[in-house]
Structure formats: structure tokens, C-alpha cells
Design a binder for this molecule. Structure first.
Ligand code: PRP
Ligand code: URA
Length: 228
């Protein structure tokens, strides 16, 4: 080997100390982690937060889509017959307001047969308990892939409430896309709804005494929309 031959670049794998629960698919590809890195940075302003949340959504969604039902059917190209991949079931996306709204436009772009329902939840500042302020869900959810879009799984209370609402409305196949989660919240969701899979790029260390995720990224709704 000549002395000018470049040394191979060592790819460092991230050290993971927290075990990932079985209800979580960790989507820690570099595209997702790069977007999350910008979102975590306290200097990032709302417009950039929204742009990075869209990127993050587009990095996670293809992994979630692998677990949906697809059907393979023939189609005619201008030259011959090819095998096409088509949605096997309708998809209903359910952004949880406010933060989940930032994922909606990007998520919509991945599906041809798709509807949207809305759930508006808020956490009490003192108790961190979730309350439902409103909902608007499409009918006949039973045979749909229902995908909740929400940013943070902190205590897990919001996810559990959203899933309860969707199951009461008839949904049977429910998944959630998230930005950052805490181990406590994932465990709570896993216990309440072991049938629901969650997809996201990072499981952080813990909750602080205000039930915020540490290190996390702060209050996602406020950081996306410039409120406090
Ligand atoms: C955030 C987030 C989740 C919830 C998670 O919403 O978008 O919905 O907190 O916390 P939990 O797991 O402890 O329930 P928030 O209530 O801050 O509302 P916002 O999106 O309107 O800011
Ligand atoms: N909601 C957020 O937006 N951030 C947290 O860390 C916890 C709940």
C-alpha cells in the first residue's frame, strides 16, 4: 500500500444503552438522525423546525410502510407487462394536534388511497395529563391501516388516549409515527395497547420532573409554531 493510499473511514455506530421495547421500530437511519439533530438544537427556529419535521417524516415513513399490506398486480407499460405494487388497504392518517400537523403533508404524499382524521389533545401543564379538546374522524375505520402522527411519547398518556379514541371509533390496525420518545412512555403504551407499533428515530433517557423528555427537544408544538 503506498503511503498516499487513504485510510478507510471508520463508521462509528451509535452507542445504545437503553433497550428498545418490542412495541417500537427504531428508524435511526442517517437521514432521520440528521433531521432530528437540527430539531434538538435549541437555536433552531420554527420555520426550520417545520422543514426538518417534514424531512424526518419522509425518512421514517418508508420503514413503517414495509409493515403495511401491499398487493402485487400486473400493469401494462408502453412496452410490456410489469408487476406493480399497490396499497392492499386504505390508509387513514390521524395527526394529533398540534405537533402531528407538521407531519401531515409529507405523510399524505406516500399514499394514493388515503383519508385524514384529526384528534386534538393537550397536556395539563401541572399534571401532564392529556385531555381531548376535539376530534373529527372518517367513518368505517375497521379495515384501514390507521397511522397516528404525533411528535412526542413522553408519559405515553396522549398516545394511549388517541388509540382509545380510534379503537372506540372502530379502528383495528393502528400504528404511530413519533419524533422522540421516553422509555416510560413507550412502556406505558406497550402495556395499554400491545398491538400498536410505534416508529421513530430516538428513544431518549428519561422524563424530568415536569414530564418533559430529556434530552429531548423541548415543547414540540411551541417550537413548531412559535408559541410558548
Ligand atoms: C405533546 C406531544 C404529544 C404529547 C406527549 O403535545 O405532541 O401529543 O405532548 O406527551 P405525553 O406522552 O406525556 O402525553 P402537547 O400536549 O404539548 O400539545 P401541543 O402539540 O399542542 O404542544
Ligand atoms: N411534549 C413535548 O412537546 N415535549 C416533551 O418533552 C414532552 C411532551
Amino acid at each position: 500500500m503506498s503511503k498516499h493510499t487513504p485510510k478507510p473511514v471508520r463508521r462509528k455506530r451509535m452507542q445504545r444503552t437503553i433497550p428498545i421495547p418490542s412495541n417500537v421500530v427504531l428508524v435511526d437511519n442517517p437521514a432521520a438522525l440528521q433531521a432530528l439533530t437540527v430539531m434538538r438544537d435549541e437555536r433552531t427556529k420554527p420555520a426550520e423546525m417545520r422543514a426538518q419535521l417534514a424531512r424526518l417524516t419522509s425518512a421514517i415513513m418508508p420503514e413503517l410502510m414495509k409493515d403495511l399490506i401491499w398487493s402485487i398486480n400486473s400493469l401494462n407499460t408502453p412496452l410490456d407487462i410489469a408487476q406493480g405494487t399497490y396499497q392492499g388497504r386504505r390508509v387513514t392518517l390521524v395527526p394529533v394536534l398540534r405537533a402531528g400537523l407538521g407531519m401531515l403533508d409529507t405523510a399524505l404524499g406516500f399514499f394514493s388511497d388515503v383519508r385524514v382524521g384529526f384528534i386534538w389533545l393537550g397536556r395539563d401543564e401541572e399534571t401532564a395529563e392529556a385531555s381531548c379538546y376535539g376530534r373529527n374522524l372518517p367513518p368505517n375505520l375497521k379495515h384501514d391501516h390507521v397511522i397516528i402522527l404525533d411528535g412526542m411519547v413522553a408519559t405515553g398518556g396522549s398516545t394511549i388516549m388517541a388509540v382509545n379514541i380510534l379503537k372506540q371509533a372502530g379502528a383495528t390496525d393502528i400504528r404511530q409515527l413519533f419524533v422522540v420518545a421516553a422509555p416510560e412512555g413507550l412502556a406505558a403504551v406497550g402495556q395499554a395497547h400491545p398491538d400498536v407499533m410505534l416508529y421513530g428515530p430516538a428513544v431518549d433517557e428519561r422524563l424530568d420532573d415536569r414530564k418533559y423528555i430529556v434530552p429531548g427537544l423541548g415543547d414540540l408544538g411551541d417550537r413548531l409554531y412559535g408559541t410558548e
